[in-house]
Design a protein around this ligand. Sequence first.
Ligand code: NAD
Length: 300
Amino acid sequence: MSDPSSPSDPRASIATRVFVVGAGIMGSGIAAQCALSGHLVTLEDVNESLAAKGVENARRALDSAVRRGKIAPAARDEALGRIDSAIGLRRADSADFIIEAAPEKLELKRGLFEELERSASPKAILATNTSSLPVTSIASRLSDPGRLVGIHFFNPVLQMELVELIPGHQSRPEVVEKAKAFAQGLGKKVVLSRDTPGFVTTRALAVLGNEAVFMLYEGVATRDDIDAAYRLGFHHPMGPFELLDLVGLDTALAILDVLFDGFKDPKYRACPLLRTMVEAKKLGRKTGEGFYVYPAKPAA
Ligand code: NAD
């Protein structure tokens, strides 16, 4: 791993340094998107192999953008030159913008931001990519909760135009404005949501996906027919099971539990089949099996 503060590092000429916590599905996509927009990115995870896997997945996302004719090979290569990896939060000290994309667990996120508040510059913006947890709760243990905002990207990040921006109750207006400008600078359209569980998009999608799992569980229709019904009947680009496999069944279940706890409304109760599949580690594409089975990716 190179040191981005070194004057010989080509990445040192780019103004904004972005530190991404969690190099999974979303962290790797966010890293690719930020690097493509000219930011210097450090992608962090708990160990070397996970951080390296995140960088590899960022490369795959950029390769796919080249194949789809969205970017030139040179833009991909330059973006890759701006992505570095790290273990631990110490390297967040030089970042201007910190985006947390760790698993959807409130205590984990709270702890990460407490640590980030100690290691990051006081001027750095703290942002969480949570898809359902109240931003105000995530910020609640910070001594300066006003510097944290929700910035919800969509999967796959390079292909999805939307960012949902969620100010917490204490987020300072200038922090929200800077986060909005940052997302717009990545070429995203920004919608604003109040800080309620699941915001706008996740709340709607969770119900649609959970209902599909219930229909499969109850034998109303087959997996393939339910996927075809959503795709062809509603013009959805993917069926609900294809989408659940892409999102990760663990993330989908965590989201439903947040909605159920937050609203205390049975309409958000997760289907038992979803919980069983998560317990069986059938998490979707990331484990090679979910509602569908995925062949192993060839080594790069
Ligand atoms: P993921 O499981 O693919 O990745 C999470 C990564 O965080 C893993 O690589 C894991 O090793 C790492 N991690 C765990 N503990 C950590 C720690 N203490 N420090 C640093 N890294 C740590 O999850 P994901 O799907 O990328 O989701 C991340 C966040 O983005 C969640 O809050 C999720 O709700 C949200 N989100 C997910 C999607 C989606 O489609 N998957 C879409 C929008 C938002």
